[in-house]
Design a protein around this ligand. Structure first.
Ligand SMILES: [Zn+2]
Length: 224
C-alpha cells in the first residue's frame, strides 16, 4: 500500500497508488515497484507517480490536471479516467526538487526571482536565502531497471535567464527533450532507485546547469 497526496483548492486529495494496474499494464516487477514507491514516499513525499509520453508529462485532456495512478489512471483534479496505453505511455514521477539557493548566482538570480519559468517556484527562507524549486519528470523506461530512470526538465527550464538553447550538449550534459545525461556507459546499476538517482545525480545536474547559465562554462567539467 502506498498513499500519495496532491494539493487542491479544498485541501490535499489522497489516494492509494494502484500498483496492480501499473504491474498489469506495463509488466513491472511488483516488489521493485513497491520499493520505488516506498523510497519516494520517504524522501520525496510530495512527488506523485504520473504518466509520461515522449519525455513529457501527459496531462488530463479535460482540465489539464495531473494524472495519477488512482483506481487505474485518472485526473487528480476532475477524476476523469485516462486510458494509458502500454506502448505509448510510461509511468513517471513528477514533483519539485528541494530548494536550490540562488544568492550565489548573481547574473541570473534577479531575473529568476522576478519571473520564474512556468511551474517553477521561487521564495526566500532565512536558512538559504532566495531559492528556486525545479520540477522534474522521472520516467521509468520499458527496460527499467536494466536501463536507467530517465530524468527530464520541463521545457520551461529554457526560459531561465542565460540558459543555453542548444537542444543537445556535451558541455551541459543534455539529451533531446530536456533529458539529463546522468550516466556514463556502465555507471547505472539495476539496483539503483529513482530516489537515489534524484538525490545523487539529478539534483547535482540542476545545480550545475544553473551555474552554467550563470556563466560558469566549466560547471559540468569532471573534477578529480
Ligand atoms: Zn481533469
Amino acid at each position: 500500500m502506498s498513499e500519495q497526496q496532491f494539493p487542491t483548492a479544498s485541501g490535499p486529495r489522497r489516494w492509494q497508488v494502484d500498483v496492480a494496474n501499473v504491474v498489469k499494464l506495463w509488466g513491472f516487477d511488483g516488489a521493485r515497484l513497491e520499493r520505488e514507491l516506498s523510497e519516494m514516499r520517504e524522501h520525496f513525499g510530495r512527488w506523485v507517480l504520473s504518466v509520461a509520453k515522449d519525455g513529457r508529462l501527459v496531462r488530463c485532456p479535460g482540465c489539464n490536471g495531473v494524472l495519477v495512478h488512482d483506481r487505474g489512471v485518472r485526473c487528480v483534479a476532475c477524476e476523469r479516467p485516462f486510458q494509458a496505453k502500454r506502448d505509448t505511455h510510461r509511468p513517471a514521477w513528477f514533483g519539485l526538487l528541494p530548494p536550490i539557493g540562488l544568492d550565489g548566482l548573481g547574473a541570473i538570480r534577479d531575473a529568476i526571482m522576478t519571473k520564474p519559468p512556468a511551474q517553477h517556484v521561487v521564495g526566500t527562507h532565512p536558512s538559504i536565502g532566495r531559492y528556486l524549486l525545479v520540477p522534474l519528470v522521472a520516467i521509468l523506461p520499458a527496460a527499467f531497471p536494466i536501463a536507467p530512470v530517465q530524468v527530464h526538465y520541463l521545457p520551461t527550464i529554457r526560459h531561465v535567464a542565460g540558459m543555453p538553447q542548444e537542444p543537445v550538449s556535451h558541455a551541459f550534459h543534455m539529451l533531446p527533450n530536456e533529458q539529463m545525461c546522468l550516466f556514463a556507459g556502465s555507471e547505472w546499476q539495476s539496483e539503483m532507485s529513482c530516489r537515489e538517482t534524484l538525490q545523487q545525480r539529478a539534483y547535482a545536474h540542476v545545480i550545475k546547469l544553473l551555474n552554467y547559465a550563470n556563466g560558469k562554462k566549466s560547471a559540468f567539467a569532471i573534477v578529480s
